[in-house]
Ligand binder design. Structure first.
Ligand code: PA5
Length: 461
């Protein structure tokens, strides 16, 4: 069974008239066809390389060679990277290895390494982490497409100095592996000069669309994940989206419904709520993909439009006790996408104790999986009864195939949504200014120290 989508609770007849009219959706098919064609043209021009990653056989063989040669030789694999160079790895590994992989014994991990993704540059995380890890048994995978990102370069400099100090000047090529642009950037230069092994990020695959490239697949393979199955799931889902028929194209339909809800019903907040702890990191990955791709000042013709839905990550059932009051009774500005896992892979029975206490007795004899599933279905129904947009995506399990499907599903939905909004989902011009100001503040050559408008602060102390 593959990924499926229930969008009934987006439609007016189910939402007491508040939702999208089925006739409107039918009429929208022509608009979707335009978006579909635009994506097809960009793909044909070679601009959307992520579509082709599931078929990159040579890359997979190369990853396999590295992984088979290195994986079980190290106790730890540490990914240094940020944004699109880290979030996908976190999503894949948490979903497929489980949140507690690093706490398992070597035997329980089948001697595959622990996998850490450092991502941030918070000294209170990085300092203590490096102090406690055994560098001699660690492989550092430095991941940066540009090979220049300040956070990742800072992480690398710190680790490189420690490796030299503790393991010797010659240790670099044994303990580092770079994933970067095939030609440009500081990492590529260092790799060439110091003989550090590298894998390439295809030039036509942007950071947040790169999880199915060596960026996400190498760490996954090192930790024993079946990357061929991930890619097979992604390929199958992409095949299902090779149709301009709106109602037959799952990613197209999702993008169109979210677009219509935002443009015509002011539902500009997209909550993504997997009912699975293992998919928490995937929700963070989704937020970056959706936000950085769709939040844009200019449209394709250069007009100021300032568009983009706001993604929010939630997790069921936890956030029913946190964010849910707002979603039920606050402004009608949200679409909640509930994510169901049909077969989570394990379950825990709830024992039938205290039969005389009704508040406990009804739980006995059920399982946590049943309770979680009942809460998700009840949540969808409660939202519907309040006239609140919601949809449910269901995946088969926490399996490599299902994760491949889900990742490709959202990547394709994102580029369709970009075409519907008439923006470029592949760029991120809005993050450049902050980067340039940071360079100036730290004295990077060629960047002036900026005037920061904090001359008249309003601190309350
Ligand atoms: O999606 C993106 O393009 C960004 O989030 C990048 O992945 C992030 O800025 C890191 O860039 P790089 O891989 O060049 O270090």
């Amino acid at each position: 069974m593959t990924l499926r989508l229930d969008y009934g609770n987006m439609l007016a007849p189910r939402l007491g008239g508040r939702g999208i009219e089925p006739r409107r959706l039918q009429r929208f098919a022509a608009e979707f066809r335009r978006a579909y064609d635009e994506v097809g043209e960009r793909r044909a021009r070679g601009e959307m390389g992520f579509f082709d990653l599931p078929h990159a056989r040579e890359t997979v063989s190369e990853i396999r060679r590295f992984a088979d040669g290195l994986g079980q030789a190290f106790e730890n694999v540490v990914v240094l990277g940020i944004g699109g160079s880290a979030l996908g790895t976190g999503a894949l590994s948490q979903a497929l290895l489980g949140a507690h992989w690093n706490e398992l014994s070597d035997e329980r991990r089948d001697y595959y390494p622990r996998l850490y993704v450092l991502e941030n540059i918070d000294p209170t995380s990085i300092g203590p982490f490096l102090d406690r890890i055994d560098l001699g048994r660690t492989l550092f995978n430095v991941v940066s497409k540009s090979g220049t990102t300040a956070e990742t370069m800072a992480q690398y400099l710190i680790v490189a100095e420690r490796v030299r100090r503790e393991l010797g000047l010659e240790a670099g090529p044994r303990h580092f592996l770079f994933t970067t642009d095939p030609e440009s950037g500081a990492l590529r230069q260092l790799a060439n000069e110091e003989g550090i092994p590298t894998l390439s990020v295809p030039p036509n695959v942007g950071g947040r669309f790169s999880v199915l490239s060596p960026v996400g697949l190498l760490p996954a393979a090192l930790a024993g994940i079946d990357i061929e199955a991930v890619l097979a799931g992604a390929a199958g889902l992409a095949d299902r989206c090779v149709t301009p028929e709106l109602l037959e194209n799952p990613a197209g339909l999702t993008a169109s419904l979210l677009y219509l809800a935002e443009r015509e019903h002011r539902a500009n907040i997209n909550v993504f709520m997997p009912y699975s702890d293992r998919l928490r990191a995937l929700a963070a990955w989704y937020c970056q993909l959706w936000a950085e791709s769709l939040g844009k000042r200019l449209d394709a013709s250069g007009q100021e439009v300032h568009v983009g839905p706001t993604p929010v990550a939630a997790v069921g059932a936890t956030d029913q006790h946190s964010q849910f009051q707002l979603y039920m009774e606050g402004p009608f500005d949200k679409v909640v996408t509930l994510l169901a896992v049909r077969d989570p892979g394990c379950d825990v029975e709830i024992p039938p104790l205290y039969e005389g206490i009704p508040a406990l007795a009804y739980l006995g004899g059920h399982s946590l999986g049943e309770l979680l599933s009942a809460e998700r279905r009840a949540t969808a129904e409660a939202l519907r009864r309040e006239g609140r947009f919601n949809m449910t995506i269901e995946i088969a399990g926490h399996t490599p195939h299902a994760l491949g499907e889900l990742i490709m599903f959202y990547q394709i939905a994102t580029v369709y949504a970009g075409a519907l909004y008439h923006v470029d989902p592949l760029d991120q011009p809005g993050v450049e200014l902050g980067k340039r100001l940071t360079y100036g503040l730290l004295g990077r050559q060629g960047y002036e120290a900026p005037e920061i408008a904090d001359g008249d602060p309003r601190w309350i102390v």
